[in-house]
Design a protein around this ligand. Structure first.
Ligand code: DUC
Ligand code: ZN
Ligand code: ZN
Length: 477
């Protein structure tokens, strides 16, 4: 019998800490050896001239999420994970949305049924809490955290989703007691409502108004408030999809007060601006996401956050809707008023190439920082580490092999998601993941699909171990 099922030979391996030349031996889905000149495998992949990195973990992805009457997301678990694996990801973390009145168990069961047998990557869920009743906060949530579902998102915006400050405080308090991790969408709903009414009165209802009704101040104020609520409760918090320097400064200030906060930014805040929406008329609907893209100055600030460590997470916020579709961006109401255009853009396949090309290949960040931002920190923040997010003996053999010599232009026609456009169309990229290995099995090899749906499994996560580790460190079995 062979010592290994698979060896990856001659590659340059990187983790969040080191870069080194090594072979990797894989057996039964795990990394079992890292060394020189390994042999004795059923098969070998030659990675000469390539980078061998932990597979991407995209901890902010929306799949098959209810999004309003008549609206359908463009991806189910099959197409979403297919797109993810072609983009070098081995795990994605979609959200399970609790609709008001529903129990969390019911919601989870429904999402598990949608994902079962359909996935090309591993999957681990976050909850979205929209109805923090006594039963949910008192019984269901603590039981689920203990049962391997320890992360949840709350919204400060959207009529049907937003929690008020009292509800957020209570939710944070449950997180403090149970070791759950709370992600917060920070935008002030009342301020947005006020601005939307003004725009509608003035007849300003084209997609560009989406950006002007959600200005930086709306995000900055809510970010400050969320951080203050976490400070009062004394619990770590994740601020998701930060779009600009002012919100980032709130995170930095909170850190100096001792708040444990993890900051996330996304490709749209590095590559798109509100001006793009402006120039596109109704095609601007393709870029409607929240928070909206800002300006060149905000892009620079987000890059600064990536370079300096203000942000620990770089996620796609993949939230795909078809553009030219009555169930998508241009639904019957959406084609007459921006308020009815579903919020969100696709990007799970392009997240890693954009940061690799514009961050690593330009010298803005080094390879360990790329790995930390795209894989390791996601695993640590959400309780999947060290089983996932690194290349180490005993870890899952979740690996992406990158060819830094590939030059490509992003074209939606080459991508694998269910949308009908990419917000990143036309961006030139240097470097692309050519082979993606999920739990020891090549799913994409040399740019060709060789795996099958069902190769990806559901992975439970661990809660924070209170008083034993920092907010970024947990242990999964
Ligand atoms: N928030 C997200 O995280 N994704 C898409 C839309 C939104 O408001
Ligand atoms: Zn959000
Ligand atoms: Zn999102």
């Amino acid at each position: 019998m062979s010592d290994y099922d698979l060896i990856i030979q001659n590659g340059t391996v990187a983790t969040a800490a080191d870069v080194f030349q090594a072979d990797i031996g894989i057996k039964d889905g795990k990394i079992v050896q890292i060394g020189q000149s390994l042999s004795g495998a059923a098969r070998a992949i030659d990675a000469s001239g390539k980078y061998v990195l932990p597979g991407g973990i995209d901890s902010h992805v929306h799949i098959s999420q209810p999004s309003g009457e008549g609206i359908e997301m463009a991806d189910d678990f099959e197409s979403g994970t297919l797109s993810a694996v072609f983009g070098g990801n081995t795990t994605i973390m979609p959200f399970c949305l609790q609709e008001k009145g529903k129990s969390l168990r019911e919601v989870l069961a429904a999402y598990h049924a949608l994902a079962e047998g359909q996935c090309y990557t591993d999957v681990s869920f976050h909850l979205i809490i929209s109805d923090p009743s006594d039963a949910v906060l008192g019984q269901e949530l603590p039981a689920l955290v203990a049962d391997g579902y320890p992360s949840l998102k709350v919204f400060m915006t959207y009529e049907n989703l937003r929690l008020d400050d009292a509800q957020i405080l209570k939710t944070l308090d449950v997180a403090r007691r149970t070791g759950a991790t709370v992600m917060v969408h920070c935008e002030n709903e009342d301020a947005i409502r006020f601005l939307i009414e003004k725009h509608e009165l003035a007849g300003d209802v084209a997609p560009r108004a989406h950006a002007s009704t959600r200005p930086v101040a709306v995000e900055r104020e809510a970010t400050h408030r969320a951080l203050t609520l976490a400070e009062i409760v004394d619990v770590p918090i994740v601020i998701v999809h930060v779009s600009n320097g002012e919100a980032m400064e709130e995170i930095a200030r909170a850190r100096t007060r001792g708040v444990k906060v993890v900051g996330e930014t996304c490709p749209q805040y590095l590559t798109l601006t509100a001006k793009d929406l402006d120039g596109m008329d109704w095609e601007g609907a393709k870029l409607v996401c929240s928070p909206p893209p800002r300006d060149e100055e905000a892009q620079k600030e987000c890059w600064r956050g990536i370079e300096t460590g203000a942000f620990e997470l770089f996620s796609s916020d993949h939230c795909p809707f078809r553009y030219d579709d009555q169930h998508g961006k241009l639904n019957p109401k959406g084609r007459t008023n921006f308020r009815h255009i579903p919020n969100g853009i696709p990007g799970v396949e392009t997240r890693l190439p954009i940061l690799f090309s514009q961050g690593f290949m330009t010298g803005r960040i080094d390879l360990p920082r790329f790995v930390a931002l795209t894989s390791t920190n996601h695993a640590k923040t959400y309780g999947l580490y060290p089983q996932k997010g690194t290349i180490a003996v005993g870890a899952d053999a979740d690996i992406a092999i990158w060819d830094p010599a590939i030059e490509r232009t992003i074209r939606h026609a080459d991508l694998h998601d269910g949308a009908d456009y990419s917000p990143y169309e036309g961006i030139n990229i240097t470097g692309w993941p050519i082979t993606t290995i999920v739990a020891g099995k090549p799913v994409v090899e040399n740019g060709v699909l060789v795996g099958t749906k069902g190769d990806g499994q559901y992975r439970k996560a661990a809660a924070r171990q209170i008083n034993k580790h920092s907010n970024l460190t947990r242990v999964t079995s």
